[in-house]
Write a new protein. Sequence first.
Lengths: 168, 409
Amino acid sequence: MTLTNDSIQQKLTAQFGEGFFTFSEQYGMLSFEAPKDQNLKVLQFLYDEPTLAFRFLTDICAVHDPEQPGKELAVVYHLHNLQENVRVRMKIYTAIEDPKIFTATRLFESANWMERETYDFYGVNFVGHPNLKRILNVDEMDYFPLRKEFPLEDQTRIDKDDQMFGRG
Amino acid sequence: MTEHLQHIQLPEGSIEKQTTTLNLGPTHPATHGVFQNIIELDGERIVSAESTVGYIHRAFEKIAERRPLYQITPLTDRLNYCSSPINNMGWHLTCEKLLGVETPKRVDYLRVIIMELARISDHLICNSIVGVDTGAFTGFLYVMQYRELIYEIYEEVCGSRLTTNIGRIGGFERNFSNTAFTKLEKFLKEYPGVLKEFENLFARNRIFMERTIGGGAISAERALNYGFTGPNLRATGVDYDVRVHSPYSSYQDFDFIIPVGKTGDNYDRFLVRNEEMWQSLSIIQQAYQKIQAFKGEEAEVYHANVPEYYLPKKEDVYTKMEALIWHFKIIMGEVEMPKGEVYHSVEGGNGEVGYYLISDGGRTPFRLHFRRPCFIYYQAYPELVKGGMLSDAVVTMSSLNLIAGEMDA
């Protein structure tokens, strides 16, 4: 049986019940939201269930949207079933005050650095991660630079001494 | 006496310790890039390694949040700078997927030529550097001439060589010139002989084989778990190739095989890359034949008809109102893109290069994330080198084809 977005949706709903996920489909890829504290269970199910077998973790990243109170941060997992060549996207939303999410490092070794990167830029706290520290930024940094409250410098600002930057 | 010694503060137990700590990198000639590894050595055997990355992090994902789509292309150049055209094309394809742009067949084939040339130049560097690290400098110098020829072809097409910024959303900035095709013909004619000679120099060379066989090996299962893609995954025996699994840019029209290895060690990685260069050559030949089959008006097509995103010709800008408006809007970044979320990936030199683009309907991406294959598989490095010799760790590092630009984004 070939794996389609519909069959994945049915299997997930059968396992976790109606209303557990919010499904959508964008540009042919099935995307779903799962409750915050259940991410590991869903990942494990997707991994173990022989008909689904999403055993390749393509990517983990986060998105910050300050206009969604209570679910400002989203952690996005891209999973791939290499045999059937089907991809899915899972999103876990969390409040920015308490961004705790279970780590996927037990399932995927590759999640280690991806989660460190996500922590580094968004401050998502992956509970149970073996070595959760900054990876691309300096260790001394005390903020999470990809969050939307840190805008890039205004290109039209004039209070800077341009001579120092070779533009004077 | 005690006062005199006070400023020497050795960590606890460091005198009794039986192993040596070696700091390899970040700027060591053997690392070919800015990588640091703190290696714990027992004699010459590696007990453990700890990698540090991020020395050339340039915050591309943040910068991209303020740039219109066409200004993000130069950022992608600087990821894997050994094959920047593939990154550029991957980015254009991502935008085209979001915007729903259909490209003409000729554009697809031209892109395939450029991407495969880039793959050859990427693999060429990697394989010849593996040669350098095992003590054979000749191959490296010899093949550089042909990388130069590839760069000259880029130069003909887009005007630059290393960080190419090649192509636009919808196609190319200009049609390929006759010089570009002449150079391509020269490449197709001369390169097979050179590659054959390069292969003869290494593939069955006793010294090279003994240096590389068994070093830095990984099983298919571990490689998948570590998120390997590209030649490094194929060297373990998994035939995953984005070009075949999710064809983009009309790769389904071409006939080629995915070479796979067996052991996943440095030698197999070398052989897989080597064979991929032959396959790329064959793809370029096929694409060139297909392009020559276009006649009349079709042979002049080099971009899709997308006035909202594709810069009009300069003479039109000076003479036509419509073109002037689009030129202004595009340059000022005043074109809104549709709302949506798209993930698109291409087969880069090192594996699956992915672009995850979220648009909220504005003029710049709401979020852009690059899936950088290097960054993901480099975390397996301590496991790959553990128990091996220090000198093999250097070979392993170059045979993984680690590119600092791609890793650190």
